[in-house]
Design a protein around this ligand. Structure first.
Ligand code: IPD
Ligand code: CA
Length: 276
């Protein structure tokens, strides 16, 4: 990463702008607002998604001469003379349904990579927009929550663990049986509705693991949380146990298991029965 670009500073300015632009909007937002077509990631776009995206792009353009935007809403867009210098993967609002329903759990997620692959991610920010809590990470420099270093939980007992599980899927008849052994062994299953933030909860040790094997989540939702969890010292792999790899493309879907520690991760992997 170029020494001239202070990505953390830029990402914080991006989320500040998102918060500022959302403030007046949030006072009048309703769940019944019509969608504005389908976003690049394949889901209906709400006005709030576009307001947040615009706020991020405005700041990026002010502070970085060239970059490629990879956004859940507008898709891939190149800016400047050398767009391959940085790839900025954005989910402007993760948890749009929560936001428009007034449920206080939604986030902005931004990740910066030097190549269009998840593994080349070098800087990340996920902000809980309702509670104004910000997670950040730089590759090799650890992960932070509002400037304080974070580490995941040491809990290894499935009975004690609080485990996030995303079962939102039209395909639940196929997905649920793959997770039934895990569910049987646990007592505290959660899903709050913004997976980027839920992975940060694992990074901070608020929860102990998060499992999303639906094949429905886009890489744009997870790129920020991926680096934050890894830098915090947590584990994130494909459900088969191998390294999580993906191209940074708004249509790219991803399945993953994220855990606070290796021991718990192995237990979860052994219980998830993937359909061959
Ligand atoms: C959604 C959230 C939700 C998950 C959905 C995602 P979005 O993100 O992360 O928890 O169940 O699959 O699409 O659409 O609000 O960015
Ligand atoms: Ca979104």
């Amino acid at each position: 990463m170029s020494a001239q670009v202070d990505w953390l500073k830029i990402l914080v300015l991006c989320k500040d702008n998102v918060k500022a632009r959302l403030q007046s909007y949030l006072e009048t937002a309703t769940a019944s607002e019509p969608a504005l077509g389908i976003g690049a990631g394949g889901d209906p776009m709400k006005p709030v998604d576009l307001i947040a995206e615009k706020a991020i792009v405005e700041v990026l353009q002010q502070h970085c001469s060239s970059f490629t935007l990879i956004s859940e809403e507008s898709g891939v867009k190149e800016f400047g003379d050398n767009p391959a210098q940085y790839y900025v993967t954005v989910d402007p609002i993760d948890g749009t349904t929560n936001l428009v329903r007034g449920l206080p759990f939604y986030a902005t997620s931004i990740a910066v990579s030097t190549m269009p692959t998840l593994s080349a991610t070098v800087a990340a920010l996920v902000t809980d927009l309702f509670h104004d809590v910000t997670y950040t990470a730089l590759a090799g420099k650890g992960a932070y929550c509002d400037g304080k270093k974070i580490t995941p939980s040491p809990v290894v007992s499935l009975e004690a663990a609080v485990i996030g599980l995303d079962l939102n899927s039209y395909n639940v008849k196929e997905i649920a049986p793959q997770l039934s052994s895990l569910i049987e062994k646990t007592k505290h299953i959660r899903h709050f509705g913004a997976n980027a933030l839920e992975v940060c909860y694992v990074a901070e040790g608020l929860t102990d693991a998060f499992v999303d094997i639906r094949g429905k989540l886009r890489v744009t939702d997870i790129a920020g949380g991926f680096l934050i969890l890894k830098e915090a010292g947590g584990i994130i792999t494909a459900p088969e146990g191998h390294m999580l790899s993906a191209n940074l493309d708004p249509k790219q879907k991803i399945k993953f298991i994220a855990s606070g520690n290796e021991q718990l991760h192995k237990k979860i992997l052994s219980l998830v029965r993937l359909k061959c």
